[in-house]
Design a protein around this ligand. Structure first.
Ligand SMILES: Cc1cc2nc3c(=O)[nH]c(=O)nc-3n(C[C@H](O)[C@H](O)[C@H](O)COP(=O)(O)OP(=O)(O)OC[C@H]3O[C@@H](n4cnc5c(N)ncnc54)[C@H](O)[C@@H]3O)c2cc1C
Length: 434
């Protein structure tokens, strides 16, 4: 980090999104630097469950879609780590989630423009001199540094969404899915575990707990407010909404039309991978054939509205909404697979009145990922966080993050270094093109 120089771009947070951008930026004529508060790169370590796969093909690695010749492709990772032949015989597009993490850690270890253990604690815009001052805390040394940047990019990702009232209990008892592996042993050694939610994480955790139930004998519950345990729509034509063409189409719609579009795309956005659902069902069936198996309650249409500690266990207030029937369930451990919410650093709220908003919580974002400042400044504040309302169903999709990074780097460079391709899928979304 150089306190004296003017960086073209400072990245805040290094998850896969900014890491991919750092990998693409490294060989460009752009002075870019990225900071993360964590000591090292690690992708959702609490959810690197044995046997879990990445939900997108390996081609959605950090760089391939922008530059397949980059040294940071997944294929080059395999090559440099002598795994190409095994991968060739493995013969699958879906790679283990643990391997994606190993690959991204390998990329992070090679990049000189990524700095860890550095938390961005403030960003101020100097209007006259036209630059952002970024204040960074070196966590280990308890020192602060300032760097100057023409542009910044917010890549602070998301935080676990813990329902109100569930956050006051010890994390080893009532925990979010994001912390699962850190407390797995205690969960499995308890008398009863309740999983709440019906997305992919909930299903993966339920399967893992169901699988080990025969060794540990805990009682297992799985509740969801949803009407059922449904699978994600995976038809190939349907998947084309996760394409640059759909994003451009979606972005042109009015805010109301985008909201409406998101609600109609529910089956593509929310649900469980068909393979995970099949594995759960097969396991249940095999166990049922054995006769004497431990108890598992699986119940949809059931919202869990509250929790209190009674006689050493957690009493969950539940309601089957279709029958309007309220009841309680006691559980020693509670596992919340209740999703994530956008993560905004505290200092970001100061910018509230300087930017344009679409509603109370959703800022306006251009197709090239810029926030829209009322003062019309030329120093961009890009965001990779909280984009569903502006960029659609693929807002957190790993492949599309590479596409977003192309646009950001092109904007910073002031030229189309990475060609923006159109007509990339078989269908068209707008009839106005006809
Ligand atoms: C369990 C799980 C599995 C997923 N699997 C897939 C999948 O298979 N396919 C897919 O397409 N998508 C998947 N996703 C969605 C998405 O790809 C991931 O959430 C991805 O990690 C998002 O990357 P990110 O860079 O936005 O943020 P994150 O990975 O959340 O990283 C944000 C980083 O910002 C840092 N940070 C925050 N504030 C500061 C600050 N003030 N200063 C410095 N650093 C800061 C944090 O330490 C963190 O490292 C998955 C999500 C989850 C939760």
């Amino acid at each position: 980090m150089n306190d004296q120089m003017m960086y073209d771009l400072v990245g805040i947070g290094i998850g896969p999104f900014n890491l991919g951008m750092a990998a693409l930026a490294e060989d460009l004529d752009i002075e870019a630097i990225y900071f993360d508060q964590k000591e090292e790169f690690n992708w959702h370590p609490g959810m690197l469950i044995e046997g879990a796969d990445l939900q997108v093909p390996f081609l959605a690695d950090l760089v391939t879609i922008a530059n397949p010749k980059s040294p940071y492709t997944f294929i080059n990772y395999l090559h440099e780590n002598d795994r190409l032949y095994q991968f060739y015989f493995f013969n699958k597009l879906d790679i283990p989630r643990k391997e994606y993490n190993a690959y991204t850690r390998w990329v992070a270890s090679k990049l000189s423009n990524c700095q860890f253990g550095k938390k961005v604690i403030d960003v101020t815009y100097h209007k006259e001199e036209r630059y952002y001052e970024v204040i960074i805390e070196d966590i280990k040394r308890s020192e602060t540094h300032k760097v100057k940047a023409k542009h910044v990019v917010l890549g602070t990702g998301s935080l676990p969404n813990v329902p109100e009232g569930f956050d006051k209990y010890p994390i080893e008892d009532v925990l979010h899915s994001n912390h699962y592996l850190y407390h797995e042993k205690q969960l499995k050694q308890s008398d009863s575990v309740t999983v709440i939610g019906s997305g992919q994480s909930a299903a993966e955790l339920f399967y893992d707990l169901l699988n080990d139930q025969r060794h540990y004998k805990y009682k297992l519950n799985w509740f969801t407010r949803s009407a059922g345990f449904f699978q994600l729509e995976s038809a190939k034509l349907g998947q084309e909404v996760f394409s640059p063409d759909y994003i451009s189409y979606f972005h042109r719609l009015s805010y109301e039309e985008r909201e409406e579009a998101l609600s109609t795309l529910g089956p593509l956005r929310k649900g469980i991978d068909p393979e995970t659902l099949k594995a759960i069902y097969d396991l249940l069936y095999h166990r049922s054939a054995e006769g004497n198996y431990p108890e598992a309650t699986i119940q949809p249409m059931t919202e869990v509205n509250g929790v209190e500690k009674v006689d050493g266990v957690y009493r969950l207030a539940c309601r089957q909404w279709q029958e309007d029937h309220s009841f309680t369930v006691d559980s020693e451990k509670v596992l919340l697979a209740t999703g994530y919410k956008p993560h905004f650093p505290e200092w970001f709220t100061r910018m509230h009145d300087e930017i344009e908003w679409e509603d109370e919580k959703r800022y306006k974002v251009t197709l090239n990922q810029q926030l829209v400042f009322k003062d019309g400044r030329e120093n961009h504040f890009f965001t990779l966080t909280n984009l569903e309302h502006s960029h659609g169903a693929g807002a957190t999709n790993l492949a599309l993050s590479v596409e977003r990074n192309k646009r950001i780097l092109n904007t910073v460079a002031g030229e189309e270094i990475f060609p923006i391709k159109t007509n990339t899928v078989f269908q068209q979304f707008s009839s106005k093109q006809m």
